[in-house]
Ligand binder design. Structure first.
Ligand code: SAM
Length: 266
């Protein structure tokens, strides 16, 4: 983390690339292994304005109906779920769970109960630093979140991935379940994406209002969960005819991505 720090007569030299980048957040003073400020801001702004449209798409698209079926099955038996990166949308049966604590960057400050009452609480916070004590939940869900935790480099993205998984692991009770849903790339495309990340980040940031993203391969995510929890089961979900890619509804046939469900127990 401190590889770019240099000492010069006791004063710290700020690396040139730190002066040029967008600034970074969440406890990484070097700004190398963290979600970038631009990623945080774009996520906050884009998804705060996309909630209604997004929920409509989730409710209507065949791929998301398949996802809902799988999530409902994976979350069965959970009593208190921490839904990290919830985005104000639910692709599972909320009535089947006694209690849901939803976390996102753009929720109103502090702890906010569902205005309609019910079993949900919305909390503002980051996946990289969850505002809960250890062992608070028996279920953690990271649905379509991990590819949004992006930084200045591929190494920063991977550090965010590890950190978000560690946070999910931390807030789970022993015996609790971590469920990750991600849109994954084939290995070859994942390798190409790593090389092209500086370009794709630049293009997305310049041309779209969507935040920059970085998708993983099934093997990379299963490996990360296995390393942390000591177990991981994986299921491919039929992707349906349509997917949402960079905020747009696109035919699956044009995309290399595939939804995958990962489950680990603490
Ligand atoms: C593609 S949406 C996923 C929404 C929903 N979970 C789903 O399954 O469709 C990604 C969400 O992650 C949120 N997000 C991005 N970075 C985050 C962070 N560091 N902490 C918490 N949420 C974050 C975004 O604000 C956005 O709501």
């Amino acid at each position: 983390m401190t590889g770019d720090k240099q000492n010069d007569g006791g004063k710290e030299k700020i690396p040139a690339r730190r002066l040029m980048n967008d600034g970074l957040a969440h406890g990484d003073p070097d700004g190398i292994n963290s979600q970038s400020r631009i990623s945080e801001n774009r996520n906050r702004e884009f998804f705060a304005g996309f909630v209604n449209e997004y929920q409509k798409q989730i409710d209507g698209l065949d791929g998301y109906i398949n996802i809902r079926r799988h999530l409902d099955c994976a979350l069965r038996g959970v009593r208190h779920l921490c839904d990290v990166g919830n985005g104000g949308v639910f692709d599972y049966d909320v009535a089947a769970l006694p209690k849901i604590t939803a976390v996102d960057l753009f929720f109103a400050g502090g702890r906010e109960s569902n205005p309609n009452g019910g079993n949900m609480v919305f909390v503002r916070g980051s996946a990289l630093e969850l505002p809960f004590p250890d062992g608070s939940f028996d279920g953690a869900l990271l649905s379509m979140l991990l590819h949004h935790l992006t930084g200045e480099s591929v190494a920063a993205n991977q550090a965010c991935l590890d950190r978000a998984l560690r946070e999910a692991h931390r807030v789970l009770q022993v015996g609790g379940k971590c469920v990750v849903l991600e849109s994954c790339l084939p290995n070859l495309v994942y390798r190409m994406e790593q090389t092209l990340y500086p370009l794709s980040k630049w293009l997305i940031t310049r041309c779209l209002t969507h935040p920059p993203t970085f998708q993983y391969s099934l093997e990379r995510l299963a490996g990360a969960m296995e390393a942390l929890f000591g177990n991981c089961s994986v299921q491919l979900i039929p992707r349906g005819r349509w997917q949402i890619f960079l905020g747009a509804k696109l035919p699956s046939i044009l995309l290399p991505t595939w939804p995958v469900l990962f489950e680990s127990n603490k």
